[in-house]
Design a protein around this ligand. Structure first.
Ligand SMILES: O=C(O)C(=O)C[C@]1(C(=O)O)C=C[C@@H](O)C=C1
Length: 354
């Protein structure tokens, strides 16, 4: 058979796919109408996890899994936007890693709004100007993003989803390596590339700026400046990549959170993670006593991080993530016990692990 025969088959298959897509989007529209009537969330991450899980199972390796996920990300994105034009706030400006994480999660059919700062994201979602916010919480090399933690402890917003994004840092400049006098980037990005900088540009000045995107803008203006940022930012601002993958740890992953006003209801057969913040009494063994109920109920703690409470000197908040939902029986047993002894416990959200 020649090329044209296959192209005719593709045309016919595309017509069928198009008709099926239209039917799928119509179903989503109907679901959206019902959800709006009942005042429920349009974005349901647990259902999306199930859709992906079903597809991966049925596919059984026939189509490249990453390609399948990317195609379906966009199909679901188009379905969401047929239900409601969602507004998603992210830590801007455009071309940051946070924007990439937001697109990885919501696809390209929703509307995005670049925010100047982490508090601005919280405010826009609290005021209902945006439906959801996307912001970084921790990096596998550099650790926690304290500003996000501090805001979560105070805010009424809930964590409704998480996104993992592989971070590949690039050295971006109009000049050659030997001409670079200054490196600009966000503190987290510079922290992820410390060894590379020491080996390759030990005499360059370091300037910490608000975002990796702003660093690329500065590199655009001056060939003696190099930015550390993503390849997407290099393309967006038209400044060349001098070297790719300069992060010290090859596996460099950032975890982002999706925050919203309302927690979606718990779904069956979905694996969840829960985040809480709590404070302890100032006495010997308090930390151990807080952890023991998790152990007794066989709950897997995935993260524990402390932060100054900012209320009193040497008073701390503990941010804890564990596997399971806030409404699970085992979780209820733990918190019934802890509620009797701890001064503060705040549920930050339960969301699919993916
Ligand atoms: O099942 C729903 O609640 C839908 O709105 C449909 C759908 C989908 O396209 O599959 C779209 C948005 C939700 O986040 C989850 C799933």
């Amino acid at each position: 058979m020649d090329k044209n025969t296959f192209r005719e088959q593709i045309d016919s298959l595309d017509t069928q796919i198009l008709n099926l897509l239209e039917k799928r989007i119509s179903c989503a529209k109907e679901i959206g109408r019902i959800k709006l009537e009942k005042g429920e969330n349009i974005y349901v991450p647990s259902r999306e996890s199930k859709v992906f899980e079903n597809l991966i199972k049925k596919n059984a390796g026939r189509i490249d899994e990453e390609a399948l996920k990317a195609i379906y990300r966009e199909i679901i994105s188009a379905s969401i936007s047929a239900e409601k034009k969602l507004q998603v706030a992210y830590l801007g400006p455009v071309a940051t890693f946070t924007q990439q994480a937001a697109i990885k999660n919501f696809g390209s059919s929703v509307e995005y709004r670049a925010m100047h700062s982490i508090p601005d994201i919280f405010t826009s979602v609290e005021l209902g100007e945006c439906d959801y916010g996307v912001l970084p919480i921790e990096n596998s090399t550099e650790g926690a993003v304290f500003h996000t933690m501090d805001m979560l402890a105070e805010s009424k917003l809930m964590i409704v989803g998480q996104i993992y994004l592989k971070i590949e840092q690039c050295l971006i400049s109009r000049g050659k390596l030997a001409e670079i006098r200054k490196i600009c980037s966000k503190d987290q990005a510079i922290g992820q590339c410390r060894n590379w900088i020491r080996r390759n540009l030990p005499n360059a000045d370091i300037e910490y700026v608000e975002s990796t995107s702003l660093a690329v803008k500065l590199a655009h203006e001056n060939p003696e400046i190099a930015a550390i940022a993503s390849e997407v930012a290099s393309d967006f601002y038209g400044v060349p990549v001098i070297e790719k993958g300069i992060q010290d740890k090859h596996e460099n992953i950032t975890r982002f959170l999706v925050i919203g006003q309302k927690e979606p209801p718990k779904a069956e057969n979905v694996e969840y993670k829960t985040s809480v913040v709590l404070s302890l009494n100032d006495r010997p063994g308090a930390l151990c006593d807080m952890i023991m109920p998790f152990n007794r109920n066989n709950i897997n703690l995935t993260r524990i991080e402390s932060r100054p409470s900012r209320k009193k000197a040497w008073d701390y908040l503990f941010f804890i993530d564990f596997l399971g939902h806030w409404e699970d029986e085992a979780t209820r047993r733990v918190f019934k016990e802890l509620e009797m002894s701890l001064p503060k416990i705040k549920w930050l959200g339960s969301y699919p692990i993916k």
